[in-house]
Design a protein around this ligand. Structure first.
Ligand code: TRP
Ligand code: SF4
Length: 331
């Protein structure tokens, strides 16, 4: 029997090439090896966006369009919206009985976000419980593995602790302990060398057109020591070069490295080629998006409706089992 995977993303903004190389390409491959469940984590998005939730709906449907455009297949995998399956909240509540506050307060990701997230009040009950809902997401489908980036590892460790505690208290191995499937690709930085993020406006979006992409790649920071054409460059210190490693063939990477180190060609040309590579990479995605958008109801919403039924059935079964272990009255 195939092992099962669950992963999710928060619909808080447009998807960009960082999501593509950091997660989506990997998800697409995993679909053949595993039974996959991919979730649009709108409740998790609302934990930080609750003061102004107007864009959640748009970002959620755009996320589904982007996923399908990038090769997520709603026939192979179950793709659904977290808030459509009420059992996520139900299981999160059951877990909250047995999660000591200290586990949540000590969580390094939580402490970091309290320091870093500005302009939003996230000192809330729900935000502290973020990992409890995430544990419920994973447990509801009894996932064996979760593809995540390194930043999510503390959350996954908490999930394992919560599930272990549940299984131990109620003396049944109801929930498997999920393993992390770490994405190996290094994180793509934004065009200004900071973390690629909507809030820094330094990202290349999956739906941007060729002109926008050329402009953004043209504005990227290169090796600061390479000022004139005849200066020899240091590819390791250049963000454009790390893009080559993510998007170009090994042969192209080798060629650019020689150009740069030996000052054979300039940065402007190097960036032009990079822009073209990204444009070509995104072309089939752009075309698929156009096709999907031509019949949003049939090609995007209908698969969501069909997948919803499947997710719902699995979620119901798990809740029935968990309620049985908690001895709540059946009538
Ligand atoms: N916390 C994840 C993120 O910020 C999103 C998420 C929610 C998730 N539930 C999940 C990821 C369950 C993996 C498994 O990206
Ligand atoms: Fe970067 Fe290319 Fe310029 Fe080298 S030639 S510094 S890799 S942009």
């Amino acid at each position: 029997m195939k092992k099962r995977i669950l992963s999710g993303m928060r619909p808080t903004g447009p998807l960009h090439i960082g999501h593509l190389v950091g997660a989506l390409q990997n998800w697409v491959k995993l679909q053949d090896e595993y039974e996959c469940r991919f979730m649009i984590a709108d409740w998790h998005a609302l934990m930080s966006e609750y003061e102004d939730p107007r864009d959640i709906e748009k970002y959620s449907i755009d996320m589904m369009i982007d996923w399908l455009s990038c090769g997520i297949d709603a026939e192979k995998s179950i793709v659904f919206v977290q808030s459509h399956i009420p059992q996520h909240l139900e299981l999160a509540m059951m877990f909250s009985f047995l999660v000591p506050l200290g586990w949540l307060e000590r969580n390094p990701t939580y402490k970091e976000q309290l320091r870093e997230i500005k302009g939003r009040d996230i000192t809330t009950y729900a935000f502290l419980g973020y990992p409890v809902l995430q544990a419920a997401d994973i447990a509801l489908y009894k996932a064996n593995a979760v593809p995540v980036g390194a930043d999510q590892l503390p959350h996954l460790e908490l999930t394992r602790e919560i599930l272990r505690r549940f299984n131990a208290l109620y003396k049944k191995e109801l929930f498997p302990e999920p393993k992390a499937l770490l994405t190996e690709t290094p994180k793509l930085l934004g065009i200004d060398n900071r973390k690629m993020s909507k809030s820094y406006d330094n990202y290349i979006g999956l739906s941007e057109n060729p002109d926008e992409i050329r402009k953004k790649v043209g504005a990227m920071i290169t090796d600061p020591k390479r000022i004139r054409l005849k200066d020899k460059g240091h590819p390791k210190k250049c963000n454009v070069f790390s893009y080559y490693k993510s998007f170009a063939t090994d042969e192209q990477v080798g060629e650019i490295e020689q150009w740069c180190k030996n000052a054979l060609r300039g940065c402007t040309e190097c960036k032009k080629i990079m822009a073209d590579i990204i444009i070509e990479k995104l072309r089939p995605i752009r075309e698929k998006r156009r096709w999907l958008e031509a019949d949003l109801d049939g090609r995007v919403k209908q698969p969501l409706r069909e997948n919803h039924k499947l997710a719902s059935e699995e979620a119901n079964n798990t809740i029935r089992e968990a309620k049985g272990l908690l001895h709540v009255l059946k009538i």
